[in-house]
Design a protein around this ligand. Sequence first.
Ligand SMILES: Cc1cc2nc3c(=O)[nH]c(=O)nc-3n(C[C@H](O)[C@H](O)[C@H](O)COP(=O)(O)OP(=O)(O)OC[C@H]3O[C@@H](n4cnc5c(N)ncnc54)[C@H](O)[C@@H]3O)c2cc1C
Length: 416
Amino acid sequence: MNSFNRRQFLKTISLASVAGAFPNIVKAAIIRPHIVVIGGGFAGATAAKYLRHWSTAVDVTLIEVNANYNSCILSNLVLNNQMNLGQITFNYNILAQQYGIRVINDWVNSVDGQNQTISLRNGTTLGYDRLIIAPGVQFLNVAGLDSNRIPHAWKAGTQTTLLQQQLAAMPNNGKFVMTIPAAPYRCPPGPYERACVIADYLRTNKPGATVTILDANADIVAERQTFSQAFNVTYNGIIEYVPNAVLQSVDSDQRIAHTSLGDYRADVLNVIPPQSAGEIIHTTGLANVGGKWAGVNPLSYESTAIANIHVIGDSQGTGQPKAGHIANAEAKVCADAILRLLNNAPPFAAPVTNSACYSPITATTASWLTAVYAYDATTGTMKVVPESSGEATTHTAQNYRRMLDWANSLFADTFA
Ligand SMILES: Cc1cc2nc3c(=O)[nH]c(=O)nc-3n(C[C@H](O)[C@H](O)[C@H](O)COP(=O)(O)OP(=O)(O)OC[C@H]3O[C@@H](n4cnc5c(N)ncnc54)[C@H](O)[C@@H]3O)c2cc1C
């Protein structure tokens, strides 16, 4: 819809707004706004779904380069053969068929915020009234690193399979070495979870093998108590945790990590590179938080750099964690705000989001971590609500079962 039509639409619904409350008014509109969503992960797929779930009066186009989405959540369980990739792979059929979302599998080359258009790799140009960008993270260059041989597996898919195969081929008494970038990175507890899952696998399958964690951070970033106990007690003699080890370069042929604390040679080397917002955030000129992340107004997730563009999920720079559960929550806040804005009303003034992570610690036990964030009107930021946040005191079998229930609920809420 061009801007003339959009003004007409807003006029139509503001005249109608005397009659009743949102969202019925939006449903009554004749002219349909077009909302485009870039990225079909936990953030983008949820936003597209809930826009249509809450209003049949808007057109929604979801543009995702891949036909299938591999969830990073639970992907560490593929490494120790507890799950296969197919169990955490989703498509967009239900979003298209049940919710009437137009799904395009293509790559977005560029966004023109001035003219409110996007250009696809196939040469098509699409106009939008509101644009949501949810491209996740991109991985930054590390000198000497060839991720096709030294996998990060920090985006699930072929990288996960490659790391799984390398672990399976690892010799007894072998050395698994992994690097963790300085925070913020995708999924704060994820690397420590991975170290535990792999240590458990090696304990039973590769006698004498060890895990070395080279952490660029000064201490464990999330669930400190649980992971310290896991490293020092559950995996005593198997896991070595090395803080303040900043990765400088990699020898991909020899599988050596060169760090600020020296060189570490591995049989299997897993380098999780530093990250920033997805590429399209940078090319669009939205990375105005430290040059890495997109600054947004957390009431609507509208960019602080360009009007009518919203950024959610791992790319946003609000300080909320880069995690799938909270990406799903941000998407709902954003979708609700867009529908209100199209109705000429302000976004809801007191949004709350929640982040939950379950971490498998052994093949049968897990821990959890949760944080609730509420909008603080004084600072205009999302702040942790202390009394609503917390973590497991230890890892249990009950937590493991709940982890699977929790993940399945999140998958269904996003893709079904
Ligand atoms: C091992 C591991 C474990 C994790 N465990 C948890 C957990 O327990 N709980 C939790 O909440 N989170 C967890 N996470 C984090 C979670 O996976 C991410 O935070 C989440 O995927 C972010 O969602 P997103 O939609 O922002 O990005 P993504 O999931 O990366 O989705 C972005 C999508 O955009 C597409 N895209 C990007 N650019 C373009 C473009 N230009 N054109 C077209 N398409 C494009 C990509 O193909 C991708 O599908 C874990 C992550 C890892 C690695």
